[in-house]
Design a protein around this ligand. Sequence first.
Ligand code: GLN
Length: 313
Amino acid sequence: GTLPEADLVIRLLDEAHARFAGVEDGAVADYIPALASSDPAQFGLSIVGVHGARHSVGDAGVAFTIQSISKPFVFALMANELGHEKVRELLGVNNSGLPFDSVLAVELNPGRTANPMVNAGAIATTSLVPGADAAAKWEFVRAGLSRFAGRELAVDEEVYASESHSNARNEGIARLLEGYGRIYSDPIEATDIYTRQCSLLVTTEDLAVMSATLADGGVNPITQERVIDEDSCKRTLAVLATAGLYERSGEWLYEVGLPAKSGVSGGIITVIPGKGGLASFSPPLDDAGNSVRGTLATAYLSTTLGLNVFASQ
Ligand code: GLN
């Protein structure tokens, strides 16, 4: 399969931007102090096809921190390292139905971590990263996500410091997991590496390449590098379909019909399996923490471009 022809893709990307740029609903995240100053007007969209075609509109070159969109890529790297059975056993792959930072997701879930797309499961995923010390583990994560993006990614030190100084909740989740034997290295070190991975700077152009790599069975369509094996890629998409948008994952799949992942800085990646990757950025969020304009634009594009994976044609 391929995306529809370039002219139509460009026209509908422009149309989606024009249609939803004026929507004023939602609020920027402020529980991480440095995110509170995000510009609510920013809005960018990018799409990358598995054959390398790239189109963008709006603020597609604006850098922002990746936040929770790092979760599927670290999970994919660990599935690639350990195999899909091991990561399912250690991390879980069921939707929690609860907010991303929920402690109840840990308490009420028999597997404790619930899945790798909420904070508990994501911190546990990062605790599995190989390396002799924290610096080596961090480099594994940074280099791995950079291969998905096809360029060297770097941390926004201000956002990293800001979240590090207001990180009691994530450290608490990691300690709780430790109590259940569901974290696999030092919990505070794992939380720190997780916080760094969330602070990596990306644009929607980067995220669309990263997303297209997941659409392409693990091969980056721009660099042609195989980043992860095909099986790990397929498993990652299954987790995104069930748990990529926190407690709104069901509604998202119902409306959009594609695996996706959101983050609190306002990004969303959407994977069009076998065809390409879409990315949006707009900071105002709904009450589950998903970008309002990003959700609207993605639903519009899925419908108009005919991308829903459940459609018969
Ligand atoms: N770094 C953020 C946190 O752990 C990421 C959360 C998110 O994007 N949902 O709270």
